[in-house]
Design a protein. Structure first.
Length: 79
């Protein structure tokens, strides 16, 4: 049986200082389980998220939290 899909995904790109800040925010919010999704080599993801990264997506709720966000906003987002 394959492992369940991650509920949370952080869409980001290489060499992205804001993405690094988002990782620190997720750590401060004590969010240990999320999948990093790199958009750099995916045309569809680049088109969708290119100007918006970092973006935190909750797959279960079909919701997205755009940057800027802080630990309190992340905590409220994931409920």
């Amino acid at each position: 049986m394959p492992p369940p899909a991650m509920r949370l995904r952080l869409f980001q790109r290489d060499d992205c200082p804001l993405c690094d800040q988002a990782l620190a925010v997720l750590a401060a919010a004590r969010i240990p389980d999320f999948e990093s999704v790199w958009i750099d080599d995916d045309a569809a993801l680049e088109a969708r998220y290119g100007e918006r990264v970092p973006v935190l997506r909750d797959e279960a709720a079909d919701a997205e939290l755009d940057w800027p966000f802080d630990a309190a906003a992340v905590a409220a987002f994931v409920g």
